[in-house]
Design a binder for this molecule. Structure first.
Ligand SMILES: Nc1ncnc2c1ncn2[C@@H]1O[C@H](COP(=O)(O)OP(=O)(O)OP(=O)(O)O)[C@@H](O)[C@H]1O
Ligand SMILES: [Mg+2]
Length: 423
């Protein structure tokens, strides 16, 4: 009996499925998490170099007062050829080593569940890791290398939205046939496919002719968080502060590059360079918003970017269920209580939504079908909970075509359902 794992290594969350005896089960990967079918794709290295993953990593990071190194959105770095790895407390980790730590943990959980070693895996990948073909190939190679380091010997890749479509297919009755538009809105990427699906038993060894089009865009949950940081929170860290450069009389804005870096919390430690620190000290001497520059120094020094972004993400998620939310955050003498309305969230993210819309329209056009010829729209991924994302589809396809399934596990389920295509 062959057992194959399906692993959805996501930007925010990872999940595991088991293909065994022709059927697929999504199984628990993190008992300490609220939803044990998901493991946060994060790593934490404590100062004494113990490595934690998932919810444990978050708990330990917070307990240690953010003293060690915390990493998230590692998937985002896979296509980044200028990032090959990093040193953590004197030990060098290549990017595939970092990913391998997470995959190894998930593999061990799966093996404990099935009670034997498993060497085969179907891994999900976004439709586009990068629009640059060379970088895209690098990303997949790195992911494959990570899977090898984690102990897998047979490794296959499946596009994430195709996997979601196959999960949808598993819910159809024999004989039912549909053309479905899949939208998978995650943390790092939004991926789309138009695919023909059929219920019941048939030869599933080659599905290429059923995939009518594929596409993706690098705009998803993380980008929405960054945008909220830029428009609603960056002012607490000097976005509008001015200063007088040495020997000059006229006011100058603080460099936008500093504020941009703040908008991706995992890049904030990059501001620890000697030159940047020196510049911030100079700014502080003459600035018209000294408290903000002090907060800027503190966020760089004390590494509380992660906690701040959790507060932002929480408010964003609340806006999916209500009209209004408040970003609340306290740290030392910084106290943020910033209201944000749903309409405002949509306005500040207008450009992000436009990029998503353009990609949806392109994927529909590439399929050679009109929206009317598409039977069903199925949205998945955490970011698909944003009402405006759902509206983009209602506007194009009508409300009655939406059939949304398990937001967080349809991709991993479909990776398990992909096994017969490869084995
Ligand atoms: N209720 C909600 N409203 C808005 N966004 C949400 C909600 N719940 C979760 N999210 C967002 O969904 C994202 C995570 O979704 P998901 O787990 O599908 O991503 P992922 O699979 O890890 O990422 P990717 O597929 O891009 O690699 C995060 O950005 C999170 O903030
Ligand atoms: Mg995903």
């Amino acid at each position: 009996m062959q057992i194959v794992f399906g692993i959805d290594f996501g930007t925010t969350n990872s999940a595991l499925s088991v293909f065994r005896n022709g059927s697929v089960d999504v199984i628990s990967v993190d008992d300490t998490a609220q939803d044990n079918q998901l493991m946060r794709s994060v790593l934490y290295f404590s100062e004494d170099n113990e490595i934690f993953t998932g919810n444990e990593a978050i708990r330990q990071y917070v307990e240690d007062g953010a003293a060690g190194r915390f990493m998230q959105s590692i998937k985002t770095f896979l296509p980044n050829t200028s990032f090959t790895g990093t040193e953590v407390f004197g030990t060098r980790y290549e990017i595939d080593d970092l990913v391998a730590i997470i995959l190894k943990k998930i593999k061990a959980r799966g093996e404990a569940h099935v009670g034997c070693p498993v060497e085969s895996v179907v891994l999900g990948r976004p439709v586009v890791f990068s629009t640059d073909a060379a970088k895209d190939a690098v990303a997949e190679q790195r992911l494959e290398k990570a899977a090898r380091k984690a102990g897998f010997k047979n490794i296959w890749f499946q596009y994430e939205p195709v996997a979601a479509a196959l999960a949808f297919e598993d819910t159809l009755h024999a004989g039912q046939e549909r053309v479905v538009f899949i939208g998978d809105f995650g943390g790092g990427t939004s991926d789309f496919s138009v695919i023909r699906v059929k219920g019941g038993a048939f030869d599933r060894s080659d599905r290429r002719s059923d995939v009518l089009s594929l596409g993706g865009v690098y705009v998803a949950g993380d980008k929405f968080d960054s945008q909220v940081m830029w428009d609603k929170v960056a002012q607490y860290f000097g976005r509008y502060a001015r200063y007088k450069p040495m020997g000059k009389e006229e006011w100058q804005d603080i460099p936008a590059s500093i504020v941009y870096t703040l908008c991706q919390w995992h890049r904030i430690p990059l501001l620890r360079g000697r030159k940047t620190r020196e510049l911030i000290r100079v700014i502080k001497r003459t600035t018209d918003d000294r408290p903000a520059i002090e907060h800027l120094e503190n966020i760089i020094e004390d590494n509380f970017g992660f906690a701040l972004f959790q507060a932002i993400e929480k408010a964003k998620c609340e806006l999916s269920d209500g009209e209004m939310a408040t970003i609340r955050f306290t740290e030392c003498d910084l106290s943020i209580s910033e209201g944000i309305e749903k309409g405002e969230f949509e306005t500040i993210n207008a450009q992000n939504f436009r990029k998503i819309e353009a990609c949806i329209d392109e994927v529909v056009a590439q399929s050679g079908l009109t929206p009317a010829q598409i039977d069903t729209v199925s949205l998945t991924g955490g970011t698909s909970k944003i009402p405006h994302i759902q509206k983009l589809f209602a506007d194009r396809f009508g409300l009655d075509k939406s059939e949304n399934r398990d937001v967080f596990t349809s991709v991993v389920h479909g990776l398990g359902s992909s096994v017969p295509l490869f084995v």
